[in-house]
Design a protein around this ligand. Structure first.
Ligand code: ATP
Ligand code: MN
Length: 296
C-alpha cells in the first residue's frame, strides 16, 4: 500500500525541493515569503522556477497568501517531504511504508532503513492542531500563531527525540531513538500490540508487566528527571517478547516543574486502576509512588 506522502515524495523533483527549501529558509522573516526572494534563493532559471512552482501549487505543497503581494508558505505535507528527504539523504530511511497511526497530534508511518531494519517515522503535528483550535476560539491570535506552527512542530520533534535518547540510555523500556529531522522522529519499530487491545486473560504475567512499567516510570523520574504525563493503555506497546514499551513522550515535563508531581500521581493512579480493573491486580498506588520517587 502506497501512502499519499510516498506518492507526493515521488512527484517532487530536485527543482521543487529547492523551492521548498528556499521558502522554508525565509519563513523566519516572512509569513508568506515574497516570490522574488524565493526565486533568487532557489537559484533556478526563470522558466524552471515557474514550472516547479506551478507543480508545487498543484500538489498543494505550497499555499499563497490571501493578499495580492503575498508569496507562498509551506503546507505541513511540504514539511513532511523536507524531513523525509533529509532522512533519506543521510541514510536513516530508505523506504516509506504505510501509515500506521493518525493520532491527535502526529502521523505515524512504518518505514525501512537501508539495511532493512523496520522503523517508525513520526511526523509531529502539534503546532498545526493547536493553531486550528486557536483560530476557532480566538481570532486575534491567529496571525501571530500561524507562522509559528513549523517552529513548534520542530521543537516538539527535537524534544521527543531527546527524551527517548535519555530514557533509552538509562535502560528504560522505550523504542530506541534512531534520528530526527525537523518535526520528524525516527525510532525503532516495536513488534507487538497496544496494551488496550489485550483481553483480560491475554497476559501471561500481568504483575511482571506492571512492575516493568513502574520501573520505566522510575527510571524516567530518577535518572532522566522527567514525567511522561499522558500514560495510558494506548501509549504502552506489549512486544511479541512480552515486554511493555512506553511510547509517545513529547508532552513530558521535568520533575522540577510545579505540575510534575500531580502528573506523576495521575499517570500512576491511572495505570494501576487500569491493571486493577482489567487484570484484577491489587496494588497500593501510594506505595508505588514512593517506590518511583525513592532511589530503589
Ligand atoms: P495519540 O494522539 O493517539 O496518542 P500520537 O499521535 O501521540 O497518538 P503515538 O502514540 O506515539 O502518537 O503513536 C501512535 C500509534 O502509532 C501508536 O498507538 C502505535 O500503534 C504506533 N506506534 C508509535 N510508535 C511505535 C513504535 N515505536 N513501534 C510500533 N508502533 C508504534
Ligand atoms: Mn499516543
Amino acid at each position: 500500500m502506497v501512502s499519499q506522502l510516498a506518492e507526493l515524495y515521488n512527484k517532487t523533483d530536485n527543482h521543487m525541493f529547492r523551492i521548498l527549501r528556499a521558502i522554508e529558509s525565509l519563513l523566519s522573516k516572512y509569513e508568506y515569503p515574497p516570490i522574488e526572494l524565493v526565486e533568487r534563493r532557489s537559484k533556478l532559471p526563470p522558466g524552471s522556477f515557474r514550472r516547479a512552482l506551478e507543480r508545487l501549487v498543484e500538489l498543494k505543497l505550497i499555499k499563497k497568501g490571501k493578499h495580492q503581494l503575498m508569496g507562498y508558505t509551506l503546507t505541513f505535507q511540504a514539511l513532511d517531504l523536507l524531513a523525509l528527504r533529509a532522512l533519506v539523504a543521510r541514510g536513516t530511511v530508505s523506504e516509506l511504508g504505510p501509515k500506521i497511526g493518525v493520532g491527535k497530534e502526529s502521523e505515524v508511518y512504518d518505514a525501512l532503513s537501508p539495511t532493512g531494519i523496520r522503523l517508525v517515522l513520526k511526523f509531529h503535528r502539534e503546532g498545526v492542531r493547536s493553531f486550528k483550535n486557536v483560530r476557532k476560539t480566538r481570532i486575534y491570535m491567529a496571525e501571530s500563531t500561524r507562522k509559528q506552527w513549523i517552529l513548534k512542530a520542530k521543537l516538539i520533534g527535537e524534544r521527543e527525540f531527546k527524551a527517548l535518547d535519555a530514557l533509552y540510555k538509562f535502560g528504560a523500556l522505550v523504542p530506541k531513538p534512531i534520528d530526527y529531522n525537523r518535526h520528524a522522529v525516527v525510532q525503532e519499530y516495536i513488534e507487538g500490540v497496544e496494551l488496550y487491545t489485550i483481553p483480560s486473560n491475554g497476559l501471561d504475567n500481568p504483575v511482571k508487566i506492571l512492575a516493568d512499567i513502574v520501573s520505566t516510570i522510575h527510571i524516567a523520574y530518577i535518572k532522566a528527571g522527567i514525567v511522561h504525563g499522558d500514560l495510558s493503555e494506548y501509549n504502552i506497546l506489549i512486544s511479541t517478547e512480552g515486554e511493555p514499551f512506553i511510547i509517545d513522550w513529547p508532552q513530558y515535563v521535568y520533575k522540577e516543574d510545579p505540575i510534575a508531581d500531580e502528573l506523576l500521581r495521575r499517570d500512576v493512579y491511572y495505570i494501576i486502576r487500569f491493571f486493577n480493573k482489567k487484570f484484577k491486580i491489587e496494588v497500593d498506588p501510594e506505595r508505588i509512588l514512593e517506590e518511583i520517587k525513592g532511589g530503589i
